[in-house]
Design a protein around this ligand. Structure first.
Ligand SMILES: [Zn+2]
Length: 330
């Protein structure tokens, strides 16, 4: 009886905690850019390891179906995505993905297609024919929120909209297809950009915040794990696959005059033993935890920061990253 109860509890907890981890790559076998490079030997190891550990490998379309409640999750899943559209995708990674029959999605900087070091339309046609998925990664890859200080928020949003429409238009002209997914250049965005993506008919949008994805995060702030440089190792991959999505009651931070105040109740995990607040420009900051509520405060000087809330229930690490945009920051 005890064993049956235990099995039931285990099954329920597996279902409750099912998660999706979206991998992010840029270049392959390209020693010129170590900070955005992944070796294809490492890529092969990633594919082998997720298969060995029993993860499902999803297409972006599968993820869309899941996010919109049309697909059930049986096991934890991973999705492979590659940003920018460099030529080494076609020259190096494509044959590895084919060898293992693994789907992947390229987030294309549409305005760069055909330039030296980037994919050509011929390469894109061939990959489309073979089922490779594509998403919009802007036309000209600007750091959109940084333009607020120069042109104001409204103008920046106009700029964002016209850039993404231009990318849509060119891709449609060249391939006859519409892109339904967006990856924010540099992972930088503000909430108003999400409204525009919705108006323009996009279904999903991807950040560069690491961490696993939980349905409660919505469709337009999907985190991704960069598996490049030092983070391409098996050790790091095992670590990221083992983390669980943290869920809070409300948006956990407020930013006012450069002061960020963190105050939220952690809903998952249910019983937090200890928790950590980490801010990229500060490192770990002082925090107080009481009855699953966490508090902290710090002054920010940079335009972009990532806040990480990490909590441990004695069994596993749960975490979520948030992009913090401070228009007055340097
Ligand atoms: Zn990019």
């Amino acid at each position: 009886m005890k064993i049956i109860v235990l099995i039931c509890v285990t099954i329920i907890s597996v279902i409750v905690q099912a998660k999706v981890i979206v991998f992010l790559y840029h270049r392959f076998d390209d020693a010129r850019y170590p900070s955005t490079n992944t070796w294809t030997t490492e890529l092969e190891n990633h594919i082998r390891l997720v298969k060995e550990l029993g993860f499902e490998i999803w297409t972006i379309r599968d993820l869309e179906e899941y996010v919109y409640g049309r697909k059930k999750m049986n096991k934890d899943a991973v999705v492979f995505t590659i940003d920018d559209g460099y030529r080494s995708i076609y020259d190096k990674a494509y044959k590895i993905f084919k060898k293992y029959n693994v789907p992947f999605c390229i987030f294309l900087q549409v305005g760069a297609v055909g330039y030296p070091d980037y994919l050509t339309w011929e390469m894109i046609y061939e990959m489309l024919k073979n089922g490779v998925e594509f998403g919009n990664h802007s036309f000209s890859h600007p750091d959109f929120p940084s333009f607020i200080s120069k042109m104001g928020e409204e103008q920046m949003l106009e700029y964002f909209k016209s850039d993404l429409q231009r990318a849509q238009q060119v891709f449609k002209e060249k391939t006859g297809r519409t892109l339904n997914y967006y990856a924010y250049p540099y992972g930088h965005y503000i909430p108003q950009m999400i409204d525009i993506l919705k108006e323009e008919g996009f279904k999903l949008a991807f950040t560069q915040n690491p961490g696993p994805y939980d349905l409660s995060y919505g469709a337009f702030e999907i985190p991704r794990e960069p598996l490049l440089e030092d983070w391409a190792t098996e050790k790091h991959l095992r670590y990221v696959l083992n983390r669980e999505p943290l869920v809070t009651e409300n948006s956990p931070f407020v930013l006012q005059n450069g002061i960020m105040t963190i105050k939220t109740k952690i809903l998952i995990p249910k019983e937090v033993r200890y928790a950590t607040l980490y801010v990229s420009e500060k490192g770990i900051i002082k925090s107080h935890l009481k009855d699953n509520e966490i508090f902290g405060e710090t002054k920010l000087t940079k335009m972009y920061n990532r806040l990480m809330i990490s909590a441990n229930d004695g069994r596993k690490e749960y975490l979520r990253y948030y992009l913090i945009f401070n228009a007055q920051g340097e």
